[in-house]
Design a protein around this ligand. Structure first.
Ligand code: AHR
Length: 510
């Protein structure tokens, strides 16, 4: 598939953005593969206030709820059309014992959440609460199994409990209020097994994968899709060993990539310099190179692309908000996060020959969230709005785009292109084009040249604020929100528009 071309000699300093004119060729006649809806997936972990307070308040709560799920968050997530939700971790998954989270809530055991601040976990949100939530959201569950500290039998029985019609586990499930089994497709065999999931070597993990995966059975028409716990960022050897030793025993291998420029100084989510902004933008864009390198390794071992790549954790990771528990990873979300989300999603849309799922970390109150809560108040983040604006790409046919734009250099030395675009044709024939301009002081005049249609109507939405640090607060939850984008004009087979600095735009062409 074609993508953007960079001007090799245009290595300008980040500070000299001015204005630019770019022609984007939209090759609808070369429509590519379907963009799996799972690219727009989410991740929820028992970490800080993601589950408790964020999703689950319990049926007795004064906060309005539907069977214990907070109503405002439920409705926001329903509107977002979440295609897949990963749970219960993360690092938490490798210390989670599912039997502790079933049966009467008042008698469930309590555990210390050692990974995340030593918070007491009362297990009131367990398998039933999660899978019922997925049904309410119309979302595919993605269970992350405990390989680090659990047993083969424990994971095998969990699969049986969730998906089998008969047997003792099914009777137990029925006694706990659910007669019919759930459908569970995605199962992760461990998480970050090179780190919090057991500090293993890839060779040792590969053997364990084979053993654990063997006993995760398909019951009664439920077909599991098994995910081998994959590499972090630039650990290409991990992917290589997995491909050699696990190979076709897995449906997919995973990958984690966080936008962090310095693990020791992550920086504030809201208070940053322009230079720090460009460093984050450039680091987030580096995901494309990382994806490509893992894809090349996978292509060597699996040229027919039978094994998928799942980016099942990604997103920004900043310092926690002042005064909050450092182990709870609660961060604000600005227009900078919106740009990172848009640039990343535009990249993912072009890698779907191998990349079949991506799960941003995390859905509520943790890292680059969709939703933040405080007591009974809730707000939608700029990242939420980007996901909502890009929703039309879910299960649409990818449309290649090509263009030439400047490449600038961030203070870190990393390079970044000054424009990001992807396109798809939706089932109703509409063309969705999503664009992002990461430059803080350069507007971009864009001409979209359409090769296969003469547009009749064009409409759009824009997410933009003159201040890149702008974010929504509980007192002003609507500060950053999409508005109607009026700059689009049709001219023959082309559409022209002007992208303001630091903006995200989605346009629909009919
Ligand atoms: O998302 C937070 C943590 O980041 C996850 O628990 C872990 O898998 C990763 O290191």
């Amino acid at each position: 598939m074609k993508s953007f071309k960079l001007l090799p000699l245009a290595l300008l300093l980040f500070s000299i953005c001015s204005s630019a004119q770019v022609r984007v060729a939209v090759h609808e006649s070369e429509t590519g593969p379907v963009i799996p809806k799972e690219i727009y997936g989410q991740f929820s972990e028992h970490l800080g206030r993601c589950i408790y307070d964020g999703i689950w308040v319990g049926p007795e709560s004064a906060i309005p709820n539907v069977n214990g799920y907070r109503k405002d968050v439920l409705e926001a997530l329903q509107a977002l059309k979440v295609p897949v939700l990963r749970w219960p971790g993360g690092c938490f998954a490798d210390e989670y014992h599912w039997q502790d989270g079933i049966g009467p809530r008042e008698s469930r055991p309590r555990m210390i959440n050692s990974n995340w601040g030593g918070t007491l976990e009362d297990n009131s949100f367990g398998t039933h609460e999660f899978l019922n939530l997925c049904e309410l959201l119309g979302t595919e569950p993605y269970i992350s199994g405990n390989v680090g500290s659990g047993s083969v039998e424990e994971l095998a029985k969990w699969v049986e409990y969730m998906t089998a019609k008969g047997g003792t586990t099914a009777e137990q499930r029925a006694a706990n209020g659910r007669t019919e089994p759930w459908k569970v497709k995605y199962i992760g065999i461990g998480n970050e097994s090179w780190g919090c999931g057991g500090n293993m070597t890839p060779e040792f993990y590969s053997d364990l994968y084979r053993r654990y995966a063997t006993y995760c059975r398909d019951f009664d028409g439920n077909h599991l899709y098994k995910v081998a716990s994959g590499a972090s960022d630039y650990d290409y050897n991990w992917t290589k060993v997995l491909m050699e030793k696990v190979g076709g025993r897995a449906d997919a291998v995973s990958l984690h990539y966080y936008t962090i420029t310095d693990w020791n100084h992550k920086g504030s989510a809201t208070d940053f310099t322009d230079g720090e902004y460009y460093d984050i933008i450039a680091k987030s864009l580096e995901i494309e190179e990382v994806l490509r390198n893992h894809e090349i390794i996978m292509d060597t071992y699996d040229p027919e692309r039978k094994i998928d790549l799942l980016l099942d954790e990604w997103g920004t990771w900043f310092d926690v908000e002042p005064g909050t528990n450092p182990g709870h990873l609660f961060q604000q979300n600005t227009m900078r996060d919106a740009l990172v989300a848009a640039l990343s999603l535009n990249i993912f849309n072009k890698h779907t020959a191998r990349l079949k799922m991506a799960n941003i970390a995390q859905i509520v109150n943790v890292l680059q969230s969709m939703v933040l809560t405080s007591g009974e108040r809730m707000l939608l983040t700029p990242t939420y709005h980007v996901f909502r604006m890009f929703n039309g790409h879910q299960d649409a046919e990818a449309v290649p785009v090509t263009f030439t734009c400047d490449t600038l250099q961030a203070p870190s030395g990393r390079l970044y292109p000054t424009l990001s675009v992807s396109a798809s044709r939706q089932k109703d024939g509409a063309l969705l084009i999503t664009l992002a301009n990461p430059c803080l002081d350069k507007e971009q005049k864009i001409t979209l040249d359409l090769d296969a249609r003469r547009p009749k109507t064009v409409s759009g939405e824009i997410l933009h604020d003159a201040d890149i640090r702008a974010h929504n607060t509980f007192d002003n939850p609507g500060k950053v929100a999409p508005r109607v984008f009026r700059s689009c004009k049709i001219s023959g087979r082309s559409v022209t528009l002007t992208l303001p600095p630091a903006s995200v735009v989605a346009i629909t062409v009919l």
